[in-house]
Write a protein that binds this ligand. Structure first.
Ligand SMILES: [Zn+2]
Length: 333
C-alpha cells in the first residue's frame, strides 16, 4: 500500500473548491509516456498551474501501472527542480471501469480516481460508485463519477450515441454516492472526430466544419440543482486546425477532424466546471511534430530528434490551454 501523500501528490478537493470560487478550471491532461509527462510538468511549473495527470486504462496497459506511479512521483521531484516550490499535482485514474481497477490505483498511490458507471442502469451506477467512494475516502482519495453518456472513442471507452445528463437525477446521485465531482454530458465528445459532418455547418470562408454548440442550458440546470458542486467535462479537445493541417501536409490523413471551440470551453471554465479533460489535442501536436521532422529529414533515426520537437510542441499547447482557455495560471504559487 502506497499513500499518495508520501509521493508529494494532492487530491482534488481543495483545488476544485478554489477553482469554482475563482472562476477557472483545472487542466486534466492524459499521459502515456515520458515526453508527454515532461511537457505537462514543465508547462504547469512555468505557469504555476495546478494540474491533474490522468492515466487511462489504456495508458496503464501501454506503460505499466507501476512505472506510471514512479513517473508521477518523479513528476513532483521534477516540478520542484524547475523551481515550483509547492507543486499541486494530482494523479488521477481516468475512466476506471471496475471497483478492482480503482482499488488497485488507490493502493498504488493515485490521489484521485474516476469510476465510470455511466453505461450501467442508474441504480447500478449508484451502487458501484458508492462502493468506490467508501473505499477511496478511507484514504482521503477523491472520486469522480459520471452521469449521462458522451459519444466518441477514447481508448477502451466508446459509445455510438450520446445522451445528456438529466439534471433531475444529480441531487439524488451525488447524495447517495458521496462522490466528490461529477462528469456530465452536455455535448462534448471523445476523440478527434467529435461530430459527424452532418451534425455541423460549414464556414463558407474556410470550408471547415463548425460544430454544434454545447448544451449550456443543461449545465445551468445541473448547477442550479447542485450549487457549488464540482463539475467535470470530458472530451474537451479543440482539435486545433494548425495541427490537423500539419499532419495532413506531411503525409497524414485526418479529413474533417473537429473539436470543441475554445471560446465555449472558456465560458464553461468560468462556471462550476472545474476540471476539463484534454487528450486528443496533445496526441495531434505530438503526431504533427513527428511527421514534420520525418518528412523533412528522412535520414533521421534518433528518436530524440523527433520526440524532442514533439515534446516542445505539446508544452506550447499545454501552456496555451492553461493561460488562454482554463485560466488556471498562477493559481498554485
Ligand atoms: Zn473521458
Amino acid at each position: 500500500m502506497v499513500n499518495y501523500k508520501d509521493l508529494g501528490l494532492v487530491n482534488t478537493r481543495e483545488m476544485f473548491a478554489k477553482a469554482i470560487k475563482g472562476g477557472y478550471a483545472i487542466p486534466a491532461f492524459n499521459f502515456n509516456n515520458m515526453e508527454q509527462l515532461q511537457a505537462i510538468v514543465k508547462a504547469a511549473a512555468e505557469t504555476k498551474s495546478p494540474v491533474i495527470l490522468q492515466v487511462s486504462k489504456g495508458a496503464r496497459n501501454y506503460a505499466n501501472g507501476t512505472l506510471l506511479r514512479y513517473l508521477a512521483e518523479g513528476a513532483v521531484a521534477y516540478a520542484k527542480e524547475l523551481g515550483w516550490e509547492k507543486p499541486q499535482i494530482v494523479l488521477h485514474l481516468d475512466h476506471g471501469d471496475s471497483f478492482e481497477t480503482c482499488k488497485s490505483c488507490i493502493d498504488s498511490g493515485f490521489s484521485s480516481v474516476m469510476i465510470d458507471g455511466s453505461a450501467l442502469p442508474y441504480e447500478e451506477n449508484i451502487a458501484l460508485t458508492k462502493k468506490v467512494v467508501d473505499y477511496a475516502h478511507q484514504f482521503d482519495v477523491t472520486v469522480e463519477a459520471e452521469l449521462g453518456v458522451l459519444a466518441g472513442v477514447e481508448d477502451e471507452v466508446a459509445a455510438e450515441e450520446s445522451h445528456y445528463t438529466k439534471p433531475e437525477e444529480v441531487i439524488d446521485f451525488s447524495t447517495r454516492t458521496g462522490c466528490d465531482s461529477l462528469a456530465i454530458s452536455i455535448g462534448t465528445s471523445h476523440g478527434a472526430y467529435k461530430f459527424k459532418p452532418e451534425q455541423c455547418t460549414r464556414d463558407p470562408k474556410t470550408g471547415r466544419l463548425v460544430p454544434p454548440p454545447l448544451a449550456f442550458d443543461v449545465l445551468d440546470a445541473v448547477m442550479e440543482k447542485l450549487p457549488g458542486f464540482p463539475i467535470v467535462l470530458h472530451g474537451s479537445s479543440s482539435v486545433p486546425q494548425e495541427y490537423v493541417d500539419m499532419i495532413n501536409k506531411y503525409g497524414g490523413k485526418l479529413p474533417d477532424a473537429v473539436g470543441i471551440p475554445e471560446e465555449q470551453l472558456r465560458k464553461a471554465a468560468k462556471s462550476a466546471v472545474c476540471k476539463i479533460n484534454i487528450d486528443s489535442d496533445s496526441r495531434l501536436a505530438f503526431t504533427a511534430a513527428v511527421r514534420k521532422v520525418l518528412a523533412e529529414k528522412p535520414a533521421e533515426f534518433d528518436p530524440r530528434k523527433y520526440c524532442g520537437p514533439a515534446r516542445d510542441l505539446m508544452e506550447e499547447l499545454y501552456k496555451h490551454k492553461i493561460i488562454n482557455v482554463l485560466g488556471s495560471d498562477g493559481k498554485a504559487q
